[in-house]
Design a protein around this ligand. Structure first.
Ligand code: ARG
Ligand code: GLU
Length: 703
């Protein structure tokens, strides 16, 4: 009893002092918050993290395929990222007969690695603060005039900035447009699939466990960058050779402990950390509920058929995962914002700032007025955006509608037609028209019945059931759902195509809905949100000028960033205490034979039975699987390396804890946790499960 008391006391005292982390943040690598990083345990210098005169950690980090992060882990260009980041590629190489999603894939040598036409990875070579050049000549101008000058300045900077022919210059606004940064980048276009565990490891727990801790997913896959013989980017060619990187990450197998320092290097997508309280209220009360409700409908409809039919499961796997991902995140976000009293805290903060600076009071009053005005457009705007994401038929209608408009105006050039055809074919590749018509009819009926009548236009209003019937009929008869076998034939005679599109009730409805929505909602909303954006820019500048104690970092915008924190468990709810780690034992506890989410491959079960763990087991003889820390991350950080105090790879970021997904708006180190696969689990799977020794031989493993 006494012992228990002391250990709890130890935990409380230590737990609190260990979470002394004040800031979250996703920092520009040239402007790291070195002071706090060192306080929390960083042992290397920030110049080892980012350097342009000698190899540094940044040379091992890539933006992977646009939306994820990856890192180089061998001198032969081997890239580690998440299974869910390589998912599209793994799916594209899969068929019912050769199902790499279910079976996994391990190349046995370079020649077996699989090329991916649409995949590329990008390195950042240099970062420059170019605010002065970009904002030159903008002061005193109206918003529109400013935007024009900025665009011109960006154009000329991109033209004149010194760079090599195969490099790119990307300019991005930071701090809501108060600053601008230029990135010199290099993009490699020949990236091949090297290895992926079966989804019963790589996606173990699937959507049920997505965003959830405790977690047992081995969410990783391996790719390799290829370059031409000068080690420069090239299109795919069998003559290309494995890329020789400036740097690669060493992998540490040291046992992880509570309180260990860790940092994350990668490409966080979007955050909104500096919103006024009224904007947070809008998210909790209006936007999240609307988006969640419409996705409820889609997910339920897809799920029914995916569970019954294997071909549909494969076709819709990536789409389902995508729709359910944000759907679940928004629910956690709203919950976390409420639980942490984010609105109230933000209001108190605003009051404190306003006391110091009366201009802030005026700005906040303007926000009140503008968000009030936007209220009538916000939900319809969110739902309209959702329609194309939830319904493929609706999205296709937008493409066919554009075709009909272009033909009418005699502007459908071969180039434009080819581009649209490609996009249409891409969607048809994994299209189940019967299933999608069901989804379409339901979500459209929901839309029509949820937004103000004047945004819909007279003819389409009926009660939801009636609407659903009509929309379903129109969709079934439409070109959209009947053309999927021969898009080329359809486009061969454009005059005939135009005629059929004119008669097509679904495409016609799309056109009408679009017009009414644009005129009555969208165009008005654009005016208000434009005002909100420029006010946010002013508010951002005022916050930075007024709150001199705070260390500010710019909101995420898909540029390279560093987050830092410590390994910790959490107390997500009253009476609930989470450990920071999980083990293979937990995989077995969750195992449901034959289940589509919780099945475990036979070979892994065997390894578990035999306890064939060496040398990957921890001090207690368990195989570590995942762990949590206080790194501030968001979507886009998937596949980011989790590094230790010396810059060695200890894990692979792939998720956040559900109770803390509000960190995109309000980061709270008490509640917010990122989730990583333990590097040891990755090595264990490559070694014992995949028997891919040739890959292990490429790696540098340290203790
Ligand atoms: N929640 C993670 C992220 O935002 C993982 C998503 C992929 N997994 C899934 N089951 N949908 O990307
Ligand atoms: N799974 C996310 C991604 O794909 C990372 C999780 C998060 O949003 O933090 O980037």
């Amino acid at each position: 009893m006494k012992k228990l008391f002391y250990s709890t006391l130890f935990l409380i005292v230590f737990g609190i002092s260990a979470i002394a982390q004040k800031n979250g943040g996703m920092w520009i690598p040239t402007e790291l918050n070195e002071k706090e990083m060192k306080e929390l345990g960083l042992e290397i210098s920030v110049s080892d993290i980012f350097n342009t005169t000698r190899p540094s950690i940044k040379d091992a980090i890539v933006q992977f395929g646009g939306g994820c992060t990856g890192e180089i882990i061998s001198p032969r260009g081997l890239v580690l990222t998440n299974h869910h980041c390589g998912y599209g590629e793994i799916q594209a190489h899969s068929s019912v007969d050769n199902d790499l999603l279910s079976n996994g894939f391990w190349a046995k040598n370079n020649s077996e690695e699989l090329p991916n036409p649409d995949l590329s990875v990008t390195f950042v070579v240099e970062i420059h603060n170019v605010s002065e050049q970009i904002l030159a000549g903008t002061s005193g101008l109206s918003d529109e005039e400013q935007a024009k000058v900025i665009e011109k300045n960006i154009d000329s900077l991109r033209k004149n900035f010194p760079h090599k022919a195969y490099q790119n210059i990307i300019v991005k606004p930071m701090y809501a447009g108060n600053k601008y940064y230029a990135f010199v980048t290099e993009t490699y276009r020949d990236v091949r699939l090297v290895g992926a565990p079966p989804q019963s490891i790589g996606k173990f727990g699937s959507d049920t466990d997505n965003w959830v801790w405790p977690r047992h997913t081995g969410d990783f896959s391996l790719f390799r960058i290829y370059a031409d013989k000068n080690n420069e980017p090239a299109d795919y060619s069998p003559d290309n050779v494995p890329f020789k990187p400036k740097n690669y990450l060493k992998i540490s197998v040291r046992e992880l402990k509570d309180g260990d320092f860790t940092f994350i290097f990668g490409y966080p997508g979007r955050t909104s950390e500096y919103l006024p309280s009224i904007a947070i209220e809008q998210i909790i009360d209006d936007l999240n509920p609307a988006r969640i409700a419409i996705r409820n409908i889609t997910l339920k409809t897809l799920d029914e058929k995916m569970r019954q039919d294997n071909a549909t499961r494969i076709k819709y796997a990536a789409k389902y995962a995508g729709i359910s991902n944000a759907w679940k995140k928004w629910q956690g976000e709203s919950k976390g914002l409420r639980r942490s009293n984010a609105v109230e805290k933000r209001r108190l903060y605003e009051n404190r700032l306003a006391d110091k600076n009366p201009e802030i009071k005026t700005v906040l009053a303007e926000f009140e007025q503008l968000y009030g005005e936007q209220k009538k457009y916000a939900v319809a705007n969110a739902l309209w955006g959702e329609l194309s994401r939830n319904s493929e038929t609706f999205y296709l209608a937008s493409l066919y509608y554009r075709v009909s408009q272009l033909i009418e105006k005699n502007e459908l050039t071969k180039e434009k037609a080819d581009k649209i055809k490609d996009e249409i074919k891409q969607i048809y590749k994994d299209f189940d028209s019967e299933l999608d018509v069901k989804v379409t009819a339901k979500v459209l009926a929901y839309y029509v019945n949820s937004v103000p009548r004047q945004y819909v236009g007279g003819n389409y209003y009926a009660d939801a059931a009636e609407n659903e019937k009509t929309f379903s009929l129109w969709a079934k008869k439409s070109i959209i759902t009947n053309a999927h076998n021969d898009v080329e034939a359809l486009f061969a005679d454009t005059q005939k195509l135009a005629k059929s599109l004119k008669k097509d009730k679904f495409v016609d409805m799309y056109g009408n809905l679009l017009k009414t929505y644009m005129v009555n909602c969208h165009d008005k909303n654009i005016v208000v949100s434009g005002k909100i954006n420029s006010l946010q820019k002013r508010y951002m500048a005022l916050q930075m000028a007024t709150d001199t104690e705070k260390a500010f970092f710019p909101d995420a915008n898909f540029t390279l960033r560093v987050s830092y924190g410590q390994i910790h468990g959490s107390q997500p709810a009253d009476g609930v205490e989470y450990d920071f780690r999980t083990t293979l034992d937990g995989v077995i506890e969750k195992y449901v034979p034959g289940d589509y989410e919780f099945d475990v491959p036979k070979k892994l079960l065997d390894i578990y039975e035999r306890k064939d763990y060496a040398p990957y087991a921890d001090a207690k003889g368990k195989i570590p699987v995942a762990f949590t820390a206080t790194n501030h991350t968001t979507g886009g950080n998937s596949g980011s390396p989790a590094l230790d105090s010396k810059g060695n790879l200890i894990g692979l970021n792939f998720d956040r804890q559900w109770e803390g997904t509000m960190s995109d708006i309000h980061f709270d180190p008490e509640l917010c946790r990122n989730i990583m696969v333990n590097a040891r689990y990755i090595l264990f799977i490559i070694d014992k499960f995949a028997d891919a020794d040739w890959l292990l031989d490429e790696l540098t493993i340290v203790n």
